[in-house]
Ligand binder design. Structure first.
Ligand code: PRP
Ligand code: URA
Length: 209
């Protein structure tokens, strides 16, 4: 089974309180989603391989570590996942970005795909799928299926808030995928929203409600 990493660093917990607060406005919400994504990226990339490099500093020559050139792709699930991309590619400027458009049908709560565009060499890349919410797990499971269809072997899932139902779905359907979350909330409500959660992430990032 894939690992579940709960990234409960004090800075992340503090920023998550801002997202949860219903009085937080669009501007601050968007900024804090980006800040949390950057902090989570720091942990989710902890296992990137390093290689030795010899560098002459102004004082002496030494052998140091740098990234071994492992290729990374960030794949946001539209719309809300877009809010996590910019701060991550600030940290990994060589990363490419693939987009997958999924929305939850309001009646069935099942994911419906409406857009997909991946980098041509996606199968050679370490893929990090980003989406603020892991609720029923339907959207993330469908996105992972889709990306595996391109031949990708190394996939991680990064969500800000998850719940036990969604985690179980991913661990059952995609046991090879490690999950990185900032919090695991209690449950889903009758409308399949995470309780207590933060509401509708896409609407709060883009101001559509
Ligand atoms: C939200 C969220 C996830 C999905 C999670 O997106 O950003 O993609 O719901 O729910 P699930 O785990 O039950 O599939 P939504 O479908 O509301 O679309 P949006 O990002 O366009 O608002
Ligand atoms: N999607 C959201 O944006 N929020 C939830 O709580 C569940 C799904």
């Amino acid at each position: 089974m894939g690992e579940l990493y709960v990234l409960d660093h004090p800075l992340i917990q503090h920023k998550l309180c801002i997202l949860r607060d219903k009085n937080t406005g669009v501007k601050e919400f968007r900024e804090v989603v980006g800040e949390i994504a950057a902090l989570m990226c720091y942990e989710a990339t902890r296992d990137l391989p390093l290689e030795n490099v010899t560098i002459e500093t102004p004082i002496a020559t030494g052998t140091f570590k740098r990234l071994a050139g492992k290729k990374v792709a960030i794949v946001p699930i539209l719309r809300a996942g877009l809010g996590m991309v910019d701060t991550i590619i600030d940290l990994i400027p060589s990363a490419k970005v693939g987009h997958i458009g999924l929305y939850r049908d309001p009646e069935t709560h099942n994911p419906v795909e409406y857009y997909c565009k991946m980098p041509p060499d996606i199968s050679e890349r370490e893929v990090i799928i980003v989406d603020p919410m892991l609720a029923t797990g339907g959207s993330a499971a469908a996105a992972i299926d889709f990306i595996k269809g391109y031949g990708c072997k190394h996939i991680k899932l990064m969500n800000i808030i998850a719940c036990p139902e969604g985690i179980e779905v991913i661990q059952r359907e995609h046991p090879d995928v490690d999950i990185y979350v900032a919090a695991v909330d209690e449950r889903l409500n009758e409308n399949k929203y995470i309780v207590p959660g933060l509401g509708d992430a896409g609407d709060r990032i883009f101001g559509t409600k």
